[in-house]
Design a binder for this molecule. Structure first.
Ligand code: SAM
Ligand code: SF4
Length: 336
């Protein structure tokens, strides 16, 4: 008998093939655009266990998810996180999953890079907004640039492809973007710039941080000859190649150019809440059906029902008149 197609398709015909899982809301940094300095974190008992996270991810894989990104908070500060990577790697071996990846601030990479590679992780994203020690401290509040650079060294030594993600911050890293590109490309790494998004209440005003990538691109055009390319990594970035370096530059533009029409992603938080869109409040509780029975039937029904509610897109606005965030939760809750 032919199996009915198990894949998850939303009302706009978009197949869900990419799951991002936040494994903790905690972090060893306090980036100014992501968290407030005195964040209240979830009580540990609210978190899904590593076994539950594995079960949840595995159900999504059985329903057509081909790419899994582990994120946070800082995923590498979750205790025993390598247990999850090790168990998920069975889906890579079986060919059910194409890619298992990680987004990290890099602070713990020296310790974990080799283990990640051993679990079949091939590419990781490291978030780094500046190469200047003082600015790095000012942006991350608690971070140490040297540790992150050492982590990137370890990742490359372990054979992981590293992509740098940098949030474009007005008046902060504007004067550094050319240098960051030269540095990343000199080390054989792609670099992607991201527009700051209005997620969660933070102390600085969003409008003061927001540097539209249209302006960043215009600045880069004075220095680099950029050729549009079709290269895609499954995420929302659009890429160019800089002729001068031969390297790739990506742009993630949720504000200036919304990319929702091709959105193939959903996100699960560390408490098992499924968000069908990063920029909307609607969510589905997966923890209750997960814990209700050992069979996955209820969980699958809850996921199917949630996907029918995936919205067409977000409607982020950052301007002087809009002081409220688009959604109240911080990026560290939903996972980047
Ligand atoms: N801690 C890890 C890290 O920093 O890579 C993973 C989680 S972090 C929330 C994921 C990504 O989201 C990072 O690249 C970070 O720069 C980005 N990010 C956080 N808050 C953001 C915001 N308000 N707008 C745009 N990007 C944001
Ligand atoms: Fe932590 Fe990443 Fe948020 Fe920075 S962006 S505070 S490293 S979760």
């Amino acid at each position: 008998m032919i199996q009915p197609d198990a894949s998850l398709v939303d009302p706009f015909g978009r197949a869900i093939s990419y799951l991002r899982v936040s494994v903790t809301d905690r972090c060893d940094f306090r980036c100014v655009y992501c968290m407030s300095e005195d964040m209240t974190f979830l009580p540990k008992q609210d978190l899904l266990t590593l076994e539950e996270l594995d079960r949840l991810c595995s159900v999504f894989v059985s329903r057509g998810v081909r790419k899994l990104r582990i994120t946070g908070g800082e995923p590498l500060v979750r205790r025993d996180i390598m247990t999850l990577f090790r168990s998920l790697s069975r889906h890579l071996e079986a060919g059910a999953l194409e890619e298992l990846t990680l987004t990290t601030n890099g602070s713990q990479l020296s310790r974990y890079a080799a283990d990640l590679a051993a679990c079949g992780v091939k590419r990781i994203n490291v978030s780094l907004d500046t190469l200047d020690r003082e600015k790095f401290k000012a942006i991350t509040r608690w971070g140490d640039l040297d540790k992150v650079i050492a982590g990137i060294d370890a990742a490359q030594a372990a054979g992981l492809a590293v992509k740098i993600n940098a949030v474009a911050l007005k008046g902060v890293n504007e004067d550094e973007v050319e240098q960051m590109i030269a540095w990343a490309h000199g080390r054989g790494m792609d670099i992607t710039f991201i527009e700051v998004m209005p997620l969660g209440d933070i102390e600085p005003a969003r409008f003061d941080q927001y540097w539209p990538l249209s302006q960043l691109r215009a600045r880069l055009a004075e220095r680099f000859t950029m050729d549009e390319i079709d290269y895609r990594t499954g995420g929302p970035a659009r890429y160019v190649t800089a002729r001068e370096t031969g390297g790739r530059i990506g742009f993630i533009t949720p504000l200036t150019h919304n990319f929702c029409e091709s959105c193939n992603r959903v996100r699960v938080t560390c408490t098992g809440t499924l968000y069908m869109c990063l920029g909307q409040e609607d969510a589905a509780d997966l923890r209750t059906p997960l814990r209700a029975s050992e069979s996955n039937a209820r969980l699958e029904r809850a996921i199917e029902e949630a996907i029918t509610r995936k919205p067409k897109g977000h409607d982020f606005v950052i301007d002087r008149a809009t002081s409220r965030p688009a959604v109240g939760r911080h990026m560290s809750v939903t996972g980047g």
